[in-house]
Write a protein that binds this ligand. Structure first.
Ligand code: ADP
Ligand code: MG
Length: 576
């Protein structure tokens, strides 16, 4: 059979063009990517052998082998993982399916050059082979199939596929190295790269030669004791599992023993993953059972409000043949989730007084706050972890700090919510509070509208919106009073004006009253105490969840020159 010729998808061609011509200095990452793929392929075969043994064929121990042919300048990477069929070769090594990759390619082409080492993060790690090779030959035999296929390309727009001979199941990748990439034929160089990037890979990575040498520690990182993991190893492992490139904010190593046994190596990213708020994001925590990879899609494993976590959980209690479907109803998972959640929250609490915590909060606070209404059991921890910007300015503060700073006589935690801090700070409803020196929490996350009513109070102090209900600032000591009694019109005088407003506005407003919260502005609108707050109403209306909006209460500032003049005029009208 003659070789079939296929064109690369246009986007792949563009990527290859860049990859081949880049002057990128850390070309060694190609090996990290090919080893990661070989390791994934072994994980997938192991899982297949458990769930569909008839398809998996013979099992055995997995390993990744490197070999060099100095004369021919060829580096070979082979695995005995799941392998690829003819169609999978076409699908996986000729097209880019994942969304987001196009953006990566455009970034690479653009002015601000994206970092080529991110290539694995965008699901195109295989193509990194062309950083060092001008010819790549992939021979693969899929588990359970007898025929093997050879894929070959010089990375210039097309590739060929033809039938091949291959005795062992799995994939072999031969890289014909460019002249300037000859150092990747040196055993010490290969060893150095493997130890730098791939030491955490749980199966042996060996260099074939006169005697076979294992280059990595080849034990699952998360099963080692804490003292046996260096920060560098943990970080590389994080990059590998999370497809990330940042430094983790926190590394959490758990070894639970007793009634429920599991170990976990979890990471809180240092940077915000792009898919934090998309529905179909991949779950970042992989589930293993006794070092066998089961799934990276176990939604039960961590609560939604910890979806930024990345890493691995390995259970010794789940049955090895647990299929992804069976996982959904397995009673152990909620137990593991409970333990993990508690542990992660307590680790976060431990670090919450450090300055870096604020960066964590900036990245993930809005997600964590979802737990305030979802997870009653951990509400107290979450309330301790929460940070808020306030009218006092400066760094976000905790609720405890807020309580410490409360004014004598103040009995509530005041809040105001809206889309942006800047516009909130200009709200007339804040004036009276500001004059009294009362701090108000500035809430800008939509989720705030949902957890505040659910939580209602913190340490016996109610949360109270300054845009809802009547303000009663008279009991709070200190500051200048919003108004000085002798300057103010008598209540009988303003009553006439209020009556006139009511008469004129009719059904447009729910009520008109004298305000305690205004010092500068003449009037403002607030929600009545029994109605939903203004921001929530806006949010619900945006999502078509609300048919009718509640009427507002109009408040008048009796100390304002405009209102005074109106009072006088109304008075004259009445007299004549
Ligand atoms: P990613 O690993 O993020 O999916 P890659 O570009 O590294 O992206 O690989 C693309 C796909 O090619 C993989 O998802 C996998 O299906 C397939 N693949 C690559 N290398 C191997 C291998 N050694 N064995 C089996 N499949 C492989
Ligand atoms: Mg890959």
């Amino acid at each position: 059979m003659a070789a079939e010729k296929h064109e690369f998808q246009a986007e792949v061609s563009r990527l290859l063009e860049i990859v081949a011509h880049s002057l990128y200095s850390d070309k060694e990452v190609f090996l990290r990517e090919l080893i990661a793929n070989a390791s994934d392929a072994s994980d997938r075969h192991r899982y297949l052998a458990l769930t569909e043994p008839e398809k998996a064929g013979e099992s055995g121990s997995y390993k990744i082998a490197l070999s060099v042919d100095k004369d021919a300048r060829i580096l070979t990477i082979s695995d005995n993982g799941i392998g690829m069929s003819h169609d999978e070769l076409v699908e996986n090594l000729g097209t880019i399916a994942r969304s987001g990759t196009g953006k990566f390619v455009s970034q690479l082409e653009g002015e601000a050059k994206a970092d080529l080492s991110l290539i694995g993060q965008f699901g195109v790690g295989f193509y990194a082979a062309f950083m060092v090779a001008d010819n790549v030959v992939v021979t693969s035999r899929k588990a359970g199939e007898t025929e093997a296929w050879r894929w070959a390309s010089d990375g210039k727009g097309s590739y060929t596929i033809e039938p091949a001979e291959k005795v062992e199941r799995g994939t072999e990748i031969k890289l014909h190295l460019r002249e300037d990439a000859e150092d990747f034929l040196e055993p010490h160089r290969l060893k150095q790269i493997v130890q730098r990037y791939s030491d955490h890979i749980a199966l042996p990575i060996v260099l074939l030669g006169e005697e076979e040498e294992t280059l990595n520690s080849a034990s699952a990182l998360w099963t080692r004791s804490k003292s046996d993991i260096t920060p560098e190893q943990a970080k590389e492992f994080y990059h590998h599992v999370a497809h990330a490139h940042d430094d983790p904010y926190a590394t959490i190593h758990i070894r639970a023993e007793g009634t429920l046994e599991y170990s976990a190596l979890l990471f809180v990213p240092g940077a915000k993953p792009f898919d934090l708020f998309t529905q179909d994001r991949k779950h970042g925590v992989k589930l293993y059972v006794r070092r066998v990879f089961i799934t990276d899609d176990a939604a039960e494993l961590v609560p939604g409000y910890l979806r930024f976590l990345r890493g691995v959980v390995d259970s010794s209690d789940l049955p090895l043949n647990v299929s992804r479907e069976l996982l959904q109803n397995n009673p152990l998972l909620p137990k593991i989730r409970k333990g993990l959640t508690r542990r992660v929250l307590s680790e976060l609490e431990k670090g919450a007084s450090a300055p870096e915590y604020l960066e964590f909060w900036e990245n993930f606070g809005a997600v964590l706050k979802e737990g305030l209404y979802e997870d009653f059991e951990n509400r107290d921890s979450l309330l301790n972890l929460a940070r808020f910007r306030t009218t006092a300015g400066g760094d976000p503060i905790s609720l405890d700090t807020y309580l410490e700073r409360m004014k004598p006589g103040q009995d509530a935690i005041y809040t105001i919510s809206g889309e942006r801090i800047e516009s909130l700070l200009g709200s007339p409803q804040l004036e009276g509070y500001r004059a009294k020196g009362v701090e108000v929490l500035l809430l800008t996350d939509p989720v705030d509208e949902f957890w505040i009513p659910a939580v209602a109070s913190f340490k016996d102090k109610q949360f109270r919106s300054v845009t809802r209900g009547a303000a009663d600032l008279s009991k709070i000591e200190g500051g200048e009073d919003a108004k000085k009694a002798e300057d103010l019109p008598k209540s009988g005088e303003i009553a006439k004006l209020i009556a006139l407003f009511k008469l004129t506005l009719g059904d447009e407003v729910k009520d008109v009253r004298e305000s305690q919260r205004l010092t500068e502005s003449a009037v403002c609108l607030v929600a009545d105490s029994g109605d939903i707050d203004m921001r929530l109403e806006k949010l619900l209306r945006q999502h078509n969840q609300l048919e009718q909006s509640a009427k507002r209460v109009l408040e008048l500032n009796p100390g304002h020159p405009l209102i005074r003049q109106l009072i006088e005029q109304v008075g004259t009208v009445g007299a004549s």
